[in-house]
Ligand binder design. Sequence first.
Ligand code: ANZ
Ligand code: ZN
Length: 807
Amino acid sequence: MKYQANKIEKKWQKYWEDKHSFAAQDDTKNKKFYGLVEFPYPSGEGLHTGHLRSYTAMDIICRKKRMEGFNTLFPMGMDAFGLPAENYAIKTNTHPQITTRKNIDNFVRQLKGTGFSFDWSRFVETTDPKYYKWTQWIFIQMFKKGLAYKASENINWCISCKIGLANEEVINGFCERCGGEIIKKQKEQWILKITDYADRLIAGLDKINFLDTIKKQQSDWIGKSQGAELDFVIKNSTQTLKVFTTRPDTLFGVTFMVVAPEHPILNELAKNIFNITEVKEYIEATAKKTDIERSGENKVKTGIELKGIKAVNPVNNEEIPVFIADYVMMNYGTGSIMAVPAHDTRDFAFAKKYNIEIRAVISGGDISQEAYTDTKTGQMINSGEYNGLLVSDFQKKIVKWLEGNKLGRATVNYKLHDWIFSRQRYWGEPIPMINCKECGWLPVAEDELPVTLPNIDDFQPGDNGESPLAKVTAWVNTTCPKCGQAAKRETDVMPNWAGSNWYFLRYIDPHNDKELIAIKKADYWLPVDWYNGGMEHTTLHLLYSRFVYKFLADINVVPSHKDIGDEPYYKRTAQGMILGEGGIKMSKSKGNVINPDSYLEKYGADTVRTYEMFMGPFDQSIAWDDKGVSGVYRFLNKVWDLQDKVSEVAADKDSQSLLHKSIKKVGEDIDNMRFNTAVAQMMILINHLDKQKNIAKDVFEKFVLILSPFAPHIAEEMWQILGNPESLTRQAWPEYDSDLARDEKIVIGIQINGKVRDEIELDFDVEPSDDLKKEILARSKVAKHLAGKELVKFIHIKNKIISIVLK
Ligand code: ANZ
Ligand code: ZN
């Protein structure tokens, strides 16, 4: 019988679906496991290989957990609001509803065809009014707690499309859609006060098991800095320039100041600035640059001195020049800085270029080449009465002095900004707010939720870049929930993040129309035990969803946990990217996108799944390789063919031992996401069995079980052929015999004076002996170091290490 992947796969996919094989149980006291993957945006292109890598990995973990007796929740949904559907609607006049439905159907077909063990009864779509009712409800709760407010903000504005763009849609300062120029424009926006949670979002990281790189991204994004704010008087004016500094100890080393080109003080001082024309030109040029072009340590520094303006240093009354320069950002700190070229790298580069004095105030460095930034051991110099103090001591002293003289105060600054939550778009959740001339902004009554998105057929943005919804007067005009007079609905919709920042909660209770989720179910299922996804979502999505969870815990609709408090996820990991053949990033424009469909058809899902796990270390980027795919296909064919050799014989010692080693290794590798070495181990086992005349049924059965998370269809089929009436999805994960699983040989290092100089392969458990010692000392790599030296100590710890100490 030949291996017929497609036939087997269809059969088992239907079986799983008919039997609801992967449904998670709510009413149970059993131990639980909640495995989560990022739900996709249903694009027109269908699933890509990256989705499959992430989903296969978590599918393997969840399938193993089920076999270990865990009541396992592994859900899936669609993050279906978003720009591509809307942009397509503008271009072709096709309602996003239609495109989205078609794309979702295609995604579901592909996901089912790959054999993922999702609990399909919990499937959610963020575009479903029954779902976004609760997205809107969360917004209203935030508004009620003062965490949602309206304010005027700079947005990215495309001049030719007349439309506001999200940051992600601005590519190097140009519009992603039309390539046109982007400027900043002030617009009223709904904003969420995530900054209120900044400290808790940092503190929570200590408790959870995220990859270190992910923790660092989170805390860098929040960017908490402790420092001081202080005021510099501008000479001959009533203005003062407020700066934020993390290094108030360098105050005596300030030799100039810099204000951001957008700083409002420039208007106030305009008539005192001699070279105002030149300054204005510089300001205009800056407006066209992105933040990334402006900042960055290595960027060439540019700037212009404000002629006619001097600031006064509060500690010594020195008069210092003031510049504008684009390396100072308006949206951080106060938008102006005291520059200390001797001890700050960027100020140093600037001072060199514009010939400004560089004055060291901390001892120990050489500032002829670069700024000296040590604060640990340095002592104050050139700092008047404070000379000789340790920097760290002076830091506290100077802040006290500033506070005492009302010149400054200790402050904390965050890079994190409040979260702009409005989009002037159509295809998103309507923001459930009403504006009344008398009563101001009020939320829609909760029993009137959801505010459904009205059906429209003109998707062009409104005048002045308003949402297309602004044109739907019948929908916009409503009555005030408080005074009953005529009032207007908000026409902005929510950003993409809105539906995805809490989706993992809804899976727990997807059909509840009375509350977000029943607290009893939440208590049982939360926190998410393991969340895997792409590295591109480990900053914003993860931060936003942690914020929303903390808020929901504060209003008692989700639990706070004994061990990790109000954090939603125990563990977060990320897969590496799959690149196109030859190691180039896949992209439509390069035409090198791998469409999984053709591979699924040609080789079957089991091959694609196993290949994606085998292709390389899971956390690393790796290029797709067709030869690798066919290699895995041959492996599964070989497995299939081995069935003919299975019989009721007793297993030989070698096969037993290799089997138990494989059970141990595959199990441990799955737990640690070392999927590639798990597959390699199964290949070793299969090559060994291939050489045997007969294969013991027991050995083959256990192999089928450990293969099953990777290649579930072929495993189910072989399991059935072996005579088992039930699906293997809830068979116990095989146990290994540790005596059989143990390696007979072990390689241990030989250290000489603490450095590993040699390695030796020994029998496992071999006891230290004089003979062995002689043998080791005679090895050439060891003898070389021994020559002419006295042997002080020889230590051999069984199975661990050999350590030689020489004088
Ligand atoms: C004087 C100084 C001396 C500084 C020194 C640093 C070293 P973090 O740590 O990222 O918070 N700064 C403040 N506001 C800025 C802005 N809007 N744009 C660009 N730079 C700004 O950085 C804080 C430091 O970055 C501040 O401390 C300030 O330079 C600069 F030896 O003040 B410092
Ligand atoms: Zn009113």
